[in-house]
Design a binder for this molecule. Sequence first.
Ligand code: NAG
Ligand code: NAG
Ligand code: NAG
Ligand code: NAG
Ligand code: NAG
Ligand code: NAG
Ligand code: NAG
Ligand code: NAG
Ligand code: NAG
Ligand code: NAG
Ligand code: NAG
Ligand code: NAG
Length: 613
Amino acid sequence: MKLSLLPFLASILSLLLLVDCLNFTVLHTNDIHSLFEGLGPDSHLALAQGHLARMKYLINKIQRLAPTRTLTLDAGDCFEGSLFHLLTISDAYSCESVPPLELTFLSDAGYDATMFGNHDFDAYEEGLLKILSCANITTTVPILSNNIELNLEDPTCQGFHSMQAQPSNEYTLPSNYKRPTQKTKILPHVLKLIKDEETNETVKVAVIGFHGPDSAGLSYPYRYNDATEKPDAKAYVDWIYNAVTEIKNTHKPDVVIMLSHSGNDEDFDIITSINNMTPPEQQPLVNLHISSHTHFLYKREAGNTTLYQVYAYGSILGVLQLDFDGKNLKVLNYNKTIPEVVYTDGITASTLLPTHINITSDIPMDEVYFKKIEKYTKLIDSAFFENFEYKYSTFLGQVPTNYNATYNFYNYVCDCVQKKLNDFVKPNPPIHAFFMSQSGIRSDPGYMTSVNATSFPFQFSDVYRALSIGTLNKDISNNLLPGDPVVHFYFNHTEFVNWIKWATIIGVVDSDFAITFADTVQYQVSNTSGDVEISNVTISGVPLEKFSKYIHTGMPGWILKFYVEIGQSNSTNGLVTGKFRNEFGLFMNLPYYTEYHEYELLAACIRENNEKQ
Ligand SMILES: *[C@@H]1O[C@H](CO)[C@@H](O)[C@H](O)[C@H]1NC(C)=O
Ligand SMILES: *[C@@H]1O[C@H](CO)[C@@H](O)[C@H](O)[C@H]1NC(C)=O
Ligand SMILES: *[C@@H]1O[C@H](CO)[C@@H](O)[C@H](O)[C@H]1NC(C)=O
Ligand SMILES: *[C@@H]1O[C@H](CO)[C@@H](O)[C@H](O)[C@H]1NC(C)=O
Ligand SMILES: *[C@@H]1O[C@H](CO)[C@@H](O)[C@H](O)[C@H]1NC(C)=O
Ligand SMILES: *[C@@H]1O[C@H](CO)[C@@H](O)[C@H](O)[C@H]1NC(C)=O
Ligand SMILES: *[C@@H]1O[C@H](CO)[C@@H](O)[C@H](O)[C@H]1NC(C)=O
Ligand SMILES: *[C@@H]1O[C@H](CO)[C@@H](O)[C@H](O)[C@H]1NC(C)=O
Ligand SMILES: *[C@@H]1O[C@H](CO)[C@@H](O)[C@H](O)[C@H]1NC(C)=O
Ligand SMILES: *[C@@H]1O[C@H](CO)[C@@H](O)[C@H](O)[C@H]1NC(C)=O
Ligand SMILES: *[C@@H]1O[C@H](CO)[C@@H](O)[C@H](O)[C@H]1NC(C)=O
Ligand SMILES: *[C@@H]1O[C@H](CO)[C@@H](O)[C@H](O)[C@H]1NC(C)=O
């Protein structure tokens, strides 16, 4: 008896060891920003990084290696950034004939969940509800959101409510990557049983979505606590702690993955606060945090929680191969012998992939999806550009990529826009100083300058992608171009220098706020132990003190709201007034409006520069 007990025990032990111990893969993206054709020239896709047809090919390839052991997640901001989002928002086509393109991609590619980012609110409540009501009958990817509170007295919010599910309910996704027939809903979490296809062992994973404070503050309109209009990090941390605890108590997941539209360092700080609240025996409350929002590429550890973000624009796919041993979740070691390039052939379920794969032209396109994207570009032309000078793929010319320390792509854009603005509007005096926020120039100059070429072919879609910020509503059509037109007004000398000073200081704190002037404006910055001074300002070569009393300044219309708010916030020690002067120095309620958008002006300038050559 005794002797035969040993093998018996051993087999029980081996069974016990198998329980809740398996590996699975999490594929993740963030901040796709409607960049269906990726970063880079749309007319030369071999030079582009990204492209959703490549992304779909790679995702589906990896999903099929281990169909019941793969989770595919997106961390928000899939909407807004290229001409494609216009199709999503506009009324030009019916919902059924052109469903929301971004949610359609996520559904087609078998994503298990996405979430809201700040840009997903760019079309305001009305636009977002339009998108969601259509997703409600056409797409399947669930949208995770645990901390959106609706004002049910508002009829628009009632529309959202009809799609929003209760936290206590169970939402279990099928174990394979095929999508459920259930259409897109706003869910607090999803559960998925990861199943080892050989042993049938399972691990229950809960994916929970939250909208982070910084992203809430940048959403249109502000999405903090509406009563105080202030972010409350402590309340947010408590909210996450309680929501995750409730889901753990109710559904008993083995692993918790948090999707949050929170970049560095907010994600790290919040996870650290949550870990500090969590009793040791329950550590970590959240096993993995899939991050987004700040467009960085990183892996960070906050206690026993791992945080990942994979840049933006669908140009990198995050690939986490995770091993769950019944208690801890470990990221399997990156197989350094595999170069960080293509995995189209010969990979098996046991291949260790790197933690992220760059979507380069080495990755084949999913042919069906490629054709679908081409079809969208034709729909864009017929919906918006029939009466417009440029079409989606109108070739404009070469744009330089070889810049230096004093002249970069931002200067090129500002110069171009200022020049054509003066040509078209013919203001008298001309606009002396056109500036833009660097965060509003989106063609990713870093990527452009990294390409081994002295110039880049630009077509109209590339220009729109570079400058596609501004108000959108469903009325955009052939007669109404998207975005806010350029505005102009006058500064006095003090205001002008103070504005540069504030922008210089804030630009160091947060590069999103850094501004660039057209090359007509030159100045020196000195910084003696934190005392920032702007000096030697010249405009078109004329020293400021010899320049006319009021400086004619132009800026993108979308900056207006921020400029006024900064002025009213009292946070700049009087450096920014948030006010507008006319040519006589008198204050006006609003600046002068033009009928031109930055993208039209840049397109005209690129074309002209190339004709001259
Ligand atoms: C979503 O669909 C459900 C039926 O499945 C319907 O009751 C609800 O009103 C729809 N919501 C919106 C916003 O269209
Ligand atoms: C796993 O489940 C399948 C289907 O239920 C069954 O055919 C198979 O024998 C099971 N394998 C093991 C190792 O239990
Ligand atoms: C992480 O987990 C290990 C194993 O459970 C534990 O020993 C360690 O204290 C944890 N570290 C932190 C920072 O919580
Ligand atoms: C992948 O892209 C990142 C971000 O652009 C870059 O830093 C890295 O060098 C790229 N890796 C490869 C192998 O190209
Ligand atoms: C993951 O688990 C599967 C199924 O048990 C196994 O075939 C594979 O080798 C494992 N992969 C790694 C990287 O451990
Ligand atoms: C690492 O990659 C090499 C080359 O593809 C492969 O031969 C090896 O099996 C991989 N190692 C693991 C542990 O997957
Ligand atoms: C930088 O480039 C600009 C524009 O091409 C040029 O005018 C300037 O002289 C260059 N500066 C330096 C320091 O090379
Ligand atoms: C990159 O530029 C260098 C220098 O101009 C050139 O020798 C090389 O062939 C280029 N490489 C590619 C891949 O174009
Ligand atoms: C310029 O504007 C600032 C702030 O609006 C004001 O304090 C200052 O007196 C003005 N300077 C002149 C010379 O008008
Ligand atoms: C000025 O210098 C201080 C350190 O003395 C630094 O913290 C700050 O970021 C600098 N500001 C600018 C605008 O360079
Ligand atoms: C401003 O210009 C003068 C004369 O060219 C020069 O001596 C001075 O160093 C400059 N100031 C700064 C802060 O660069
Ligand atoms: C800014 O200061 C003014 C005058 O002191 C005050 O009326 C206003 O409420 C303040 N604004 C904010 C946003 O604090």
